[in-house]
Design a protein around this ligand. Structure first.
Ligand code: DCP
Ligand code: MG
Length: 382
């Protein structure tokens, strides 16, 4: 990694959408340290600081070599002073005292614990922390006020915090496809999010539905949800015309600019093993997050599923917007705005100077409009 790669290093783009970022990379120890710092900053409400750490981590993820000395950082974009300090510490001592202190702090651990509840964001978690609450039992003992989503989150805490496997995601695609077929033959169900980027597991299943005849998809989501619900596939659901405004909690919607105005449903699926309806009867639901006895885990599992419906003409934009990663999406929008004077979201691409919408029949065409080299989903793990 000497003379020749010096040039490569100078070429690392400050935009994640111009960096190929595979799932497996060579700087895991460093990126984990930086991501802990990003998370901690977010818990403190310091979005800017969080973004800076997150960007630094993202740059390291794209490097085809392992960083061994701080000198190498001079050639890299987005590595601020604080990130550099953390990296230096880890390179020299194997760990960073600052990061370890964060990881061990009661506040960080409690915030992490609370935010693992579906529907709980920074605001609620820090409020609970300030009230002296530390555990999930504390929430119950102090009768903490919970919204509908949070109640469901608590009820299914254990399942929702165990990774969703690809096979489970695929089983859910089949269930949703079956539901969709009943109301609108020809409609397609596409697995997006982390699974489309090649992740073997994820925290949820992101599905995008469309139909090749524009307009046919109108009203589809509510029919599909009603059917799934009637078949006991849904443990929780909340449908929105505009996801960024309608969420009870508002916290889930922070920075959801990319997905506004698409028909959208946040849900918790009951995934049965084997297929067939097991839910109901003597296995009725009761409150209490530890209710489920371990034996039950072989019969069913609660899985977070996001369903989105896009009109056909918006499908490539929705697909691009929902495939992620978050860092990749953020930088796509930043690149569009600052380098191309365009506004990109999950429905459209708008040229602000020419005042025109640019249509696209595929993701490839969107990259072309932006003057970007096409990046396959597997390389968007920024
Ligand atoms: N998304 C986004 N901005 C948000 C939420 C989502 O741009 N605020 C997009 C990018 C994400 C995709 O939607 O990659 C799916 O969101 P997830 O939170 O499910 O993220 P992933 O699927 O990437 O991760 P995981 O594997 O943990 O589900
Ligand atoms: Mg996901």
């Amino acid at each position: 990694v000497q003379a020749e790669s010096l040039e490569d290093r100078c070429q690392v783009s400050p935009y994640a959408c111009q960096r190929r970022t595979p799932l497996a990379h060579k700087n895991q120890v460093l990126t984990e340290a930086l991501e802990t710092m990003a998370e901690e900053a977010r818990f403190c409400g310091s979005e800017g600081r969080s973004l800076a750490f997150s960007r630094a981590a993202s740059v390291l993820k794209s490097l085809p070599w392992t960083v061994r000395g701080v000198k190498e950082l001079h050639f890299l974009p987005c590595i601020g002073e604080h990130s550099r300090k953390i990296i230096q510490e880890v390179l020299e001592d194997g760990t960073s005292t600052e990061v370890e202190n964060v990881r061990q702090s009661e506040r960080y651990q409690t915030m992490k614990h609370f935010m693992k509840i579906f529907g709980v964001g920074v605001k609620t978690a820090s409020q609970w922390y300030q009230e002296g609450l530390r555990t999930i039992n504390d929430l119950q003992a102090h009768h903490a006020k919970l919204g509908k989503a949070q109640q469901a989150g608590l009820l299914h805490y254990r399942d929702l915090n165990s990774p969703v496997k690809r096979s489970e995601a695929e089983a859910i695609v089949q269930v949703v496809q079956k539901a969709v077929d009943q109301f609108l033959p020809g409609a397609s169900v596409t697995l997006t999010g982390g699974f489309r980027r090649g992740k073997p597991s994820g925290h949820d299943v992101d599905l995008l539905i469309t139909h090749p005849v524009e307009g046919q998809e109108v009203g589809l989501l509510s029919k599909v949800i009603s059917w799934l619900d009637s078949q006991d596939f849904l443990l929780y659901h909340s449908t929105h015309r505009n996801a960024s405004q309608a969420l009870e909690d508002q916290e889930l919607s922070v920075s959801m600019t990319a997905m506004d105005r698409l028909d959208h449903c946040f849900s918790i699926f009951c995934l049965n093993y084997p297929h067939g309806s097991i839910k109901g009867g003597s296995r009725a639901w009761e409150p209490g997050y530890e209710l489920k006895d371990p034996g039950d885990a072989t019969l069913w599992k609660a899985v977070r599923v996001d369903l989105v419906v896009a009109p056909y003409s918006q499908f490539p934009f929705a697909l691009l917007g929902w495939t992620g990663s978050r860092n990749f999406e953020r930088d796509l929008r930043r690149f569009s705005k600052h380098e191309k004077k365009m506004v990109l979201n999950s429905h459209t691409l708008y040229h602000t100077e020419k005042k025109i919408f640019l249509s696209a029949a595929s993701e490839e065409e969107i990259f072309q409009h932006l003057g970007l080299e096409f990046m396959p989903p597997e390389e968007r793990n920024a």
